[in-house]
Design a protein. Structure first.
Length: 92
């Protein structure tokens, strides 16, 4: 299974909104990749900017797959990759 960049953004928006008690439409996400730092996401919510590290992104993806796709996966099954866009490959 593969999640594209928009799926990852949706997962982070839903996860952040749930944690902050706001609507997902109130969350903006920009995915980033740095050769030295790896994957991260800049999240804007409630007028504040927050940087999520890869572990936080994996948590959001894990919850998204379980709550919205009905698929139970563990973090070690989720692999972020940089291709034409950032994608998440899920192994079974």
């Amino acid at each position: 299974m593969r999640l594209n960049e928009q799926d990852i953004i949706n997962a982070i928006c839903l996860h952040t909104a749930e944690r902050k008690g706001i609507q997902p439409t109130q969350v903006e996400v920009q995915l980033e990749y740095d050769d030295d730092l790896g994957f991260s996401a800049e999240v804007m919510a409630e007028g504040r900017s927050q940087i999520l590290i890869a572990a936080n992104m994996l948590e959001a993806i894990e919850r998204y797959l379980f709550q919205h796709q009905g698929v139970r996966v563990f973090r070690d099954q989720i692999h972020l990759r940089l291709e034409d866009e950032i994608v998440a490959d899920i192994s079974h």
